[in-house]
Design a protein around this ligand. Sequence first.
Ligand SMILES: Nc1ncnc2c1ncn2[C@@H]1O[C@H](COP(=O)(O)OP(=O)(O)OP(=O)(O)O)[C@@H](O)[C@H]1O
Ligand SMILES: [Mg+2]
Length: 243
Amino acid sequence: MTESLHTPTASATPVIAVRGLTARYGDTQALHGVDIEVHRGELVCLTGRNGAGKTTIMRSLMGLVERTGSVTFDGTETVGRPPEAIARLGMAYCPEERGIFSSLSVEENLMLPPVLFPGGMTVDEIYRLFPNLESRRRSQGTRLSGGEQQMLAIARILRTGARTLLLDEPTEGLAPVIVKRIGSVIAMLKSQGYTVLLVEQNFRFAANLADRFYVIEEGRVCAAVSREEVAADPASIERHLGI
Ligand SMILES: Nc1ncnc2c1ncn2[C@@H]1O[C@H](COP(=O)(O)OP(=O)(O)OP(=O)(O)O)[C@@H](O)[C@H]1O
Ligand SMILES: [Mg+2]
């Protein structure tokens, strides 16, 4: 892997710098020395087969799994810190399973995470971004469609003021029209300067959004691919995956 792929702006400190990250679930080692960098304002995509370790990388970044190595956020070492301390640094996680509380209404779910920094979106701004959440504001979490749950899961972290977002498979299982809507929201967040680490298996969706890609295989980064490489050769990621 060449350094130039890692560091588009070589002088700047990365927002997220992962070095030699290992993670385990009990006796099972899921990550075997992962190196990743994400710079301010970048949208970086992790892709790879089922079980490759993409979610585990995100869980490790948030301190939700046993890990070793180094993960710095804005230069601060986070390995050894508990999840709530890491979240307070300004990194927000939208998990694959979305984590919507079924007994709470849309608005109660929205208000649940604490506001950590000034400058987060207001509830009105969130409803402008996701008009269908406003019309369902009193609905129970269980009554929402998969697309509405995903929108609520993203909306919820935007209120906190965190400027670095970890989004795990936000389009999984959703209809094309909803995928498109989520794509435009992510593009808007990038244009507003948010830093985004996105797990995505839908290459066509990710190719339009991501600045760079890391291909994950068996708990390792097996390739780093730039947006330009993907544009010039749309099959390059599939080749790295051996598809
Ligand atoms: N809670 C757990 N306990 C034990 N092993 C786990 C657990 N969660 C994940 N694993 C294992 O860790 C490895 C990586 O899983 P992970 O969920 O990170 O993959 P992934 O790339 O996100 O896959 P997917 O595309 O299916 O979401 C897999 O071998 C998986 O079986
Ligand atoms: Mg996963």
